[in-house]
Design a protein around this ligand. Structure first.
Ligand code: HEC
Length: 187
């Protein structure tokens, strides 16, 4: 599975580079109905559709083994990649199961992942104009039952999380190499 994942990432990165090019050539004005960078009605509705089409993601062919993760996602993680159709459009989707728990080891998590799953964090490459400042990535954090996690202010973590803030998905993923917001393809 490890090498499959690598190939997937190579393909995804090539496709994403093409998308980034399109973004600069034909910008589409995206207007979030509520005007919020994240947690607005449009972003929450997208999260709900996404969770529905992600049904069965544990069986996606393109997935990694259980890996040691970096902060803040959990001691152990598993990555998944697919392209999915939402509202008639195709999107690149990178999902990540985040595992924790006192006795979590690579072996125990691999044997019964459901006992250790803390959250599912997902990045979706959205249409041009969604968030041109940040490569049009859409960010979402689900709890294991598919409900949306919230920040201390009670705002649901779905959308451009947390655009303009010093910490959060965007601020941290900005540190990934090649400005693609992805850590898994960094050397
Ligand atoms: C403080 C830094 C930090 C924050 C905040 C953060 N991440 Fe990450 N993220 C990482 C690191 C480091 C990795 C790679 C290591 C790992 O898998 O744990 C990663 C990996 C990922 C991946 C796998 C794709 C990849 O290779 O980058 C996804 C999907 C993801 N994060 C989603 C999110 C979402 C959604 C949020 C916000 C709810 C978020 N992350 C917040 C640091 C961060």
């Amino acid at each position: 599975m490890g090498s499959l994942w690598k190939w997937g990432v190579v393909a995804a990165v090539a496709a994403l580079a093409a998308l980034a090019l399109m973004t600069s050539v034909c910008p589409v004005k995206y207007v979030e109905p509520s005007g919020q960078p994240f947690g607005g009605a449009g972003d929450v509705a997208f999260a709900e559709s996404l969770w529905e089409v992600m049904d069965g993601y544990l069986d996606w062919p393109m997935q990694s083994d259980v890996l040691v993760g970096g902060t803040p996602h959990g001691a152990l993680v598993r990555l998944y990649y697919n392209t999915l159709q939402i509202d008639g459009r195709n999107f690149h989707v990178v999902a990540k199961d985040n595992f924790g728990g006192e006795d979590a080891t690579i072996e125990s998590v691999a044997a019964s992942p459901g006992d250790y799953l803390g959250a599912v964090t997902v990045m979706v490459q959205r249409e041009p104009g969604y968030d041109p400042d940040n490569a049009n990535w859409y960010w979402v954090k689900y709890l294991p039952d598919g409900s949306l996690d919230i920040n201390p202010a009670g705002i649901q973590l779905a959308g451009r999380v947390a655009k303009g803030a010093e910490s959060g998905c965007i601020a941290c993923h900005l540190k990934a190499e090649n400005a693609d917001y992805l850590f898994s393809n960094d050397p």
